[in-house]
Write a protein that binds this ligand. Sequence first.
Ligand code: CTP
Length: 344
Amino acid sequence: DGKLRKPVVVWVDGCFDMMHYGHANALRQAKAMADILVVGVHSDAEILVNKGPTVMKEQERYAAVAACKWVDVVVPDAPYFTTLHVLDKFHCDFCVHGDDITTLADGTDCYQEVKDANRYRECKRTQGVSTTELVGRMLLMTKDHHKRRSSLAQSPITHFKSEELEGFSSGASKSAPYTTISHFLPTSRRIVQFSEGREPMPGDKVVYVDGDFDLFHVGHIELLRAAKAQGDYLLVGVHDDQTVNAIKGSNFPLMNLHERVLSVLACRFVDEVVIGAPFKVTKEVLEKVYKVDVVVVAKPEHDIDGADPYALPRAMGIAQRKLYEERKSACCAKETQIADEFDL
Ligand code: CTP
């Protein structure tokens, strides 16, 4: 009726370790109850005392939450116990948590105080994904995948093993390692919920970037941020599982196409996603969805057949290579860190 009402401010807190689409889905549901969503993220020290060590360091976890498109404010170093004092301090009306157990091993409930004050709401927890489960997928990987990947990088043709592709189909193949380790059932509804996309406005500069976006991390976020800064509208191509496996080999990808698409869609810099984009940046990719003005080079410039996947955008003079080296070092550093931590 035109009257000004006080905005609803909602609090969510958590560890957000190896931020995944389950976390993003909780934040999406919380934002649907809010005008302003404030997310408190616990420090490494706070989690260590209450739960155990994290995979990702706090700066990475803060950055991952900040990149989620439903988040308005990030509060670093949030206390593990959610008190009324915390809610009041950040002007939050109530807090939201997934409908899983909120009690610690000793039986204390981190949310008892806000529950008693009726300032606690629940959202639906996403089945089939958790930090522990993602770590499990990483531990199931064979140790030789690093060797194979580094040799692949030098010569994609000679080291590519055709038998690795056997049993793969465009659908979910039971014999593919990545489909047996993912327990996520993708639905079109979830993809719609995560999309909420806008179309480019007339005159908008459309940027295209593609990749695997497996185990979505800060390296990906930085790439997408930088890509978006090249124009006004960011279209992201996510390669299908078969393509990722053919390029990376072994047990990759660890997340299936639908999971990877959800992670990318949850990122605030992304406007639209091509689901299962070809490795080669084709005429279709550059014209059929939207007319692409800039292609950000984000992966090695040789396909499994040795050809340059960016040959077309390069010939058209729209390939932007500047970001590539930066991304390569950021991603390698991250992957090496994860591998070291898990002794892969
Ligand atoms: N969450 C969710 N679905 C998941 C995982 C987490 O809805 N699959 C929600 C949690 O219920 C919580 C928020 O995301 O409201 C932050 O969770 P976090 O504190 O990071 O911890 P966990 O619940 O332990 O998440 P995970 O099991 O992935 O570590």
